[in-house]
Design a protein around this ligand. Structure first.
Ligand code: ADE
Ligand code: ZN
Length: 335
């Protein structure tokens, strides 16, 4: 099972590039850019990664992100992630970046985006295709999100979608309705974090007001049977992040995670890593952990991998070709 999970072709659709900053690179960049960190060693950083909820994580995460300053830093960060993804047989990835975490510190949008985009282009050498997704920080104002959207317009041909992340509670999707209207008019697809800590109403709002193609997290949909029916009927994918959900106390134990329940109900569920450097694993480790805790079968793993391709923002033809590769892998694998 371990090697089956490792080798199966897959996509990753919920990955914050700033959340892939490993403590070793955090230290290196802090030195390179003369940024003071509140930690003296890599071990001390890892020891600080104990979270009670989303906010307690975000406080640590924004401090970590402050070491990122130059175009080369963003390139190095993105390249390191792509290498890990390729090694775990990720064929396609859709990567969130948070421009406001950087522009608010005086780093130009262009510096952030150019570094990430240059690495994504180089990623094709590794056999990984990638789309960037710009996320607005929902704890900041709608005006700030609108300014960020304006800054992104010159890059709209390569940024596939806009999304919504950061502190969910108290910041419903409705706060960003106009920004998302404008983003869709400009040709961006949309996604949003909803139903991680927030209630099912936030998932409804993301669908009805923001026109999202998929929901990031979404695990609290289970509290609203009508919503569950809607998600099944319209096959709106959920990008579920098992290790993140445990680290941020969304579930008290992996054995109590509702991923299998949602999968069995017929929702388009995918497995993702969210912020792998902070939560103890990349997409492969997320598959391994959820498989062993919920006793997922080979068939379940195949369905999750297939869903990961179906749920991408690629064209139907590109999706078909990835699913064909997956089916060929299955045909040649003794399971
Ligand atoms: N930013 C990075 N990780 C996040 C998460 N899990 N939820 C909301 N915002 C985030
Ligand atoms: Zn996330």
């Amino acid at each position: 099972m371990k090697s089956f999970i490792h080798n199966i072709p897959k996509a990753e659709l919920h990955l914050h590039i700033e959340g892939s900053l490993e403590p070793e690179m955090m230290f290196e960049l802090a030195e390179r850019n003369q940024v003071e960190l509140p930690y003296r060693s890599v071990d001390e950083i890892r020891a600080a990664y104990q979270f009670e909820n989303l906010q307690s994580f975000l406080d640590v995460y924004y401090v970590g992100s402050s070491v990122l300053q130059t175009e080369q830093d963003f390139y190095d960060l993105t390249w390191a992630y792509l290498q890990r993804a390729a090694a775990q047989q990720v064929r396609h990835t859709e990567i969130f970046f948070d421009p406001q975490s950087h522009t608010d510190r005086g780093i130009p949008f262009e510096t952030v985006y150019s570094g990430i985009y240059r690495a994504l282009q180089a990623g094709t050498e590794l056999g990984v295709s990638a789309y960037p997704i710009l996320c607005f920080l929902r704890h900041l104002s709608a005006e700030s999100a609108m300014e960020t959207l304006e800054q992104a317009l010159p890059y709209k041909d390569t940024i596939r979608a806009v999304g919504l992340d950061s502190s969910e509670l108290g910041h419903p999707p409705s706060k960003f309705r106009q920004v998302f209207d404008k983003a869709r008019e400009a040709g961006f697809l949309t996604v949003a974090h909803a139903g991680e800590e927030g209630p099912p109403e936030y998932i409804w709002e993301a669908i009805q007001l923001l026109g999202v193609s998929r929901i990031d997290h979404g695990v609290r949909c289970i509290e609203d049977p009508k919503l569950v029916d809607y998600l099944i009927e319209h096959q709106i994918p959920l990008t579920v992040c098992p290790l993140s959900n445990i680290k941020l106390c969304v579930f008290d134990a992996m054995t109590n995670h509702n991923l299998k329940q949602l999968l069995d109900l017929g929702l388009c569920i995918t497995v993702n890593s969210d912020d792998p450097a902070y939560f103890g694993g990349y997409v492969g480790e997320n598959f391994q952990e959820i498989q062993s805790s919920l006793h997922l079968s080979n068939r379940d793993i195949y369905q999750l991998a297939k869903n990961s391709f179906t749920a991408t923002l690629l064209s139907d033809e590109e999706k078909r070709s990835l699913i064909l590769e997956l089916d060929e892998f299955m045909a040649h694998t003794a399971v």
